[in-house]
Ligand binder design. Structure first.
Ligand code: SME
Length: 160
């Protein structure tokens, strides 16, 4: 049994250090990428308050394809360059979007989403997936969240 108990009162950098440590423990010795992504999505959901979607899109044959997640059913395929996820995949850069309605081309998978953080997962310099987090709260994510999820992406890049 995995019984991670994040402290909701701890500062974000500490919470993300704990999240990354937990992610390493959760994936230790397991090479099945789907299993690892499923557990990682559940772990992020457990650690981060105020999310309505948390999961992965994988790069498959030059486009993003839905991977394991927690949240409402979502759009399955996203071309590079489209929406927030496609922008992260095309640029290789984290996308921190305080107001999704102000982001040109945002793809609404859940009408409740107000802000979004998408972090590319790079292996050997190539984007292999993105981690997508959505929140019903405007401006839910800040630079500390971006840095924390980027650390998670680096930690799991060879495990998904
Ligand atoms: N909003 C994303 C699409 C994925 S869903 O949020 C799960 C986007 O604009 O790329």
């Amino acid at each position: 049994m995995f019984d991670f108990q994040p402290d909701p009162a701890q500062p974000k950098p500490e919470m993300y250090r704990e999240l990354v440590e937990s992610a390493r423990a959760l994936t230790h010795g397991e090479h099945d990428g789907v299993a690892n992504m499923a557990n990682l999505a559940a772990l992020v959901w457990q650690f981060l308050p105020a999310l309505n979607w948390a999961g992965f899109y994988r790069v498959v044959d030059g486009e993003l394809v839905l991977g394991p997640f927690v949240g409402k059913p979502a759009c399955i395929r996203i071309p590079f360059g489209q929406g927030v996820c496609g922008a992260a995949a095309a640029s290789g850069q984290t996308q921190l979007v305080p107001d999704v309605h102000a982001f040109p081309g945002h793809i609404a998978c859940d009408a409740a989403s107000r802000s979004e953080l998408v972090v590319p997962v790079l292996r050997d310099g190539t984007v292999i997936a993105v981690i997508d987090l959505d929140s019903p709260e405007p401006a839910r994510f800040d630079a500390e969240d971006a840095a924390g999820i980027e650390a998670l992406a680096r930690a799991v890049a060879d495990l998904i």
